[in-house]
Ligand binder design. Structure first.
Ligand code: BTN
Length: 326
């Protein structure tokens, strides 16, 4: 059964005033208990305010994830390849959840998971991913790629292209990708991708692709983010979270199938269009070494090409981090 707290969020989600008496009645709890839950929602980062005589209100309405609406944006083909689409109010991490269920995957098929909130959201390089309730998208897709011998290292770039395209379908323009897979807008990070791979080269791969998209970041959560970021709320587009979740999942499934069949090659034209670094002076950090040079696109495995003192060398995503030098 859904907990009282999440039922309360649902009752308030449209942004209308609800009196303490009404809420207490609907939830079958005392008014004091309603008040306690409201305090907990404030701690979750939700902007609930109380007005004497009128009750409680969420200052900005929430569009909660809704399975039926999400599935409307999935094709028959995608639905036929997914064994589950799990939607949670709260989970530690959608990637971790799917990793715990990897043995349920079968070849050429996948499972998806989304959540309103992550209590231990993970970013790249061991960082955490700030994941407040109801305001962003946390979406993961697990897939069993059964193509022995295929080179998997370009997958994270293909996933980034897939997400950028899904965002563009929402009218979001001038998106770019900072190698290997950060989605940027106006010089700030809009979405991040975390790929967990298990398998061995030459064999089959079980992958979990996790995508976090900043939709509307509450100010309390924003304070915890340690890099320049942007969300969709300030842009001139109206975003339906369920449509974005559905279209992003649709894109991920078809692109992961395309990657398994055709490899990174079939994404390189799109990659080049989004590539933020190409032709620019960048700094690579490799352990405690810094290498400056000019970014020259990617090689066939998705490694970054860097021109340094007249020679071009490739660097893999696991071994370096990148900064624009100008
Ligand atoms: C990055 O550091 O840029 C990667 C961020 C990835 C965040 C997403 S949110 C859904 C999925 N679950 C996680 O714990 N992380 C990814």
């Amino acid at each position: 059964m859904m907990s009282k707290r999440f039922q309360l969020i649902e009752l308030l989600s449209e942004g209308r005033f609800c009196s303490g008496v009404q809420l207490a009645e609907k939830l079958a709890i005392s008014r004091a208990a309603v008040w306690k839950h409201v305090q907990a929602l404030v701690e979750l980062g939700l902007d609930v305010h109380a007005v004497r005589g009128r009750g409680y209100q969420l200052r900005s309405p929430l569009q909660l994830l809704d399975r039926d609406r999400i599935q409307r944006f999935l094709s028959q083909h995608t639905l036929s390849r997914l064994d589950a689409v799990d939607i949670f109010n709260s989970v530690d991490s959608t990637n971790e959840y799917l990793r715990r269920n990897l043995d349920r995957l079968s070849p050429g098929r996948g499972r998806a998971c989304m959540a309103e909130q992550q209590t231990a959201g993970r970013g790249r390089r061991g960082r955490s991913w700030v994941s407040p309730y109801g305001s962003s998208l946390y979406l993961s897709l697990a897939w069993f790629i059964d193509q022995p011998g295929m080179s998997i290292s370009g997958l994270s770039l293909a996933i980034a292209v897939s997400v950028a395209r899904a965002l563009e379908e929402h009218g979001i323009e001038r998106l770019g990708i900072k190698w290997p897979n950060d989605i940027f807008l106006e010089g700030r990070k809009l979405a991040g991708i975390l790929l967990d791979l298990s398998g061995e080269s030459g064999g089959a791969w079980r992958v979990v692709a996790g995508v976090g998209i900043n939709v509307r970041m509450p100010s309390t959560a924003a304070e915890q983010i340690d890099q320049p970021w942007i969300d969709l709320s300030g842009l001139n587009v109206s975003v339906d979270r369920n449509r974005l979740a559905g279209q992003a999942l649709e894109a991920l499934v078809s692109d992961i199938i395309r990657f398994a069949d055709q490899g990174l090659d079939s994404f390189t034209d799109e990659w080049t269009r989004y590539d933020l670094l190409s032709g620019r002076v960048i700094e690579l950090r490799q352990g405690d070494r810094m290498i400056a040079g000019i970014a020259r696109g990617i090689d066939t495995d998705g490694a970054l090409l860097l021109e340094h003192q007249g020679t071009i060398r490739s660097y893999h995503a696991g071994e370096v981090s990148v900064r624009l030098a100008e």
